[in-house]
Design a protein around this ligand. Structure first.
Ligand code: SAM
Length: 304
C-alpha cells in the first residue's frame, strides 16, 4: 500500500471501528477506487486535517449522513413519501445549522469516494467536462466544493462562480479552492440561486448543479433558469435522485420519466443520461420496488 494514501486507510479503519458491520462495504468500495481517486481522497483528508479536523470527526460526519439516510429510508418505506416537502421545514435544521451542515458536507464529500453511485456520477463529470473550453463556469450549490474543484482541474475556464445559500457550504467551497488552487479566478457567493437575478442570460459556458434539485420546492424553476443562463452551446451537468430519501430531500420524483419530462419541458435536451440502480439491484428491480435511483445527465440547451 502506498504511503501517499495512508490517510485513506486510516479513515476507512476509523469508520469501520465506529461501525463494524460496514467494514465489508468499505473494503469493497475503497478496493474499487482508482489510484487517482485514492490520491484525491487522501489530498482531501490532508486538507481537512490542515483545517484542524480530526479523522474521528470526519468518520463521524460520514456516519451521520449514512445513519440519517437509513433512517429516512425507513420513513419512506412506511409512509411512501419524504418526511418533509417544504424548504422552510429543513432550512433551519440543515442549511443554517452550522454544525450539522458542516458534518453533512464533509460526510457527503467522502461519499463521492465510497458510495458506488456517487463515484460513478463523479466519474461522469470528470469524463465529460470539456477540456478546452474557456469562458465562464457557473455552479449552483457547490456544497463541499468537489465538483468546482474538478472543473478547475479538468477544464480551461477563465472564471468560476459558485452560488450557495448555506454559509457552511460557502466556507467549505472557498477553502477547498484556496487550498488546492489559490490562483484560480473563483468566486463563491452566499445567496439563493433563484435570487441571483443579476446573472446575465446566455452568459455561461458551463453550468453544473450536483444534488440540488431534490432539495428545492420547484425544481422546474431551477432547470428553466439554467437553460436561460447557459450559452447556446454550453456544457450542462446535473445530478439528482428518484425515490431517494434524505433529511433534506423535499422534492420526490417517483420515476426517471417524470424527472426527464420535466428536464425536457424546461428547455433542455438530454445528451448523456446515467441512471444508477440501488446497490445490488437492477434498474428494473429498483423501479418495481421504488428503491433509490441516482441520476446524472449531461444536458444541452434545446435547439442549440
Ligand atoms: C446536497 S448539497 C450538494 C453538494 C454538491 N454539489 C454535490 O453534488 O455533492 C446541496 C447544496 O445546495 C445548496 N442549495 C440548496 N438550495 C439552494 C439554492 N436555492 N441556492 C443555492 N444553493 C442551494 C445547499 O446549501 C447545499 O450546499
Amino acid at each position: 500500500m502506498s504511503d501517499s494514501t495512508a490517510l485513506v486507510d486510516s479513515l476507512i479503519e476509523n469508520i469501520a471501528e465506529q461501525y463494524p458491520v460496514h467494514r465489508g462495504f468499505l473494503d469493497q468500495a475503497i478496493g474499487g477506487a482508482t489510484p487517482e481517486e485514492r490520491t484525491r481522497l487522501d489530498g482531501y483528508l490532508q486538507f481537512c486535517q490542515g483545517k484542524g479536523l480530526q479523522l474521528d470527526y470526519l468518520a463521524e460526519s460520514y456516519l451521520t449522513i449514512l445513519g440519517d439516510t437509513l433512517e429516512e429510508q425507513i420513513y419512506f418505506r412506511e409512509h411512501g413519501s419524504y418526511r418533509h416537502s417544504t424548504f422552510a421545514e429543513v432550512a433551519e435544521s440543515v442549511y443554517h445549522d452550522r454544525d450539522y451542515m458542516d458534518r453533512y458536507m464533509y460526510g457527503l464529500a467522502i461519499t463521492n469516494f465510497l458510495w458506488p453511485n456517487h463515484v460513478e456520477m463523479a466519474r461522469l463529470l470528470h469524463r465529460t467536462l470539456p477540456r478546452n473550453r474557456s469562458g465562464r463556469y457557473l455552479e449552483v450549490g457547490p456544497g463541499h466544493g468537489f465538483l468546482l474543484l474538478a472543473a478547475i482541474e479538468v477544464g480551461a475556464f477563465d472564471e468560476f462562480l459558485g452560488v450557495d445559500l448555506s454559509a457552511a457550504s460557502v466556507e467549505q467551497t472557498r477553502t477547498i479552492v484556496e487550498h488546492f488552487h489559490p490562483e484560480a479566478p473563483a468566486k463563491v457567493e452566499l445567496r439563493d440561486f433563484l435570487e441571483a437575478e443579476d446573472l446575465e442570460p446566455g452568459s455561461f459556458d458551463a453550468v453544473v448543479m450536483g444534488e440540488v434539485l431534490e432539495h428545492v420546492e420547484q425544481p422546474e424553476v431551477f432547470l428553466r433558469r439554467i437553460a436561460e443562463l447557459a450559452k447556446d452551446d454550453a456544457y450542462i451537468f446535473i445530478t439528482t435522485c428518484i425515490n431517494a430519501p434524505a433529511v433534506d430531500h423535499i422534492y420526490l420524483w417517483r420515476t426517471t420519466d417524470e424527472l426527464e419530462d420535466m428536464i425536457v419541458a424546461s428547455g433542455l435536451t438530454i445528451v448523456e443520461p446515467l441512471r444508477l440502480p440501488y446497490e445490488g439491484k437492477t434498474l428494473e428491480e429498483s423501479r418495481e420496488q421504488d428503491l433509490p435511483i441516482n441520476v446524472a445527465y449531461v444536458l444541452a440547451r434545446t435547439g442549440a
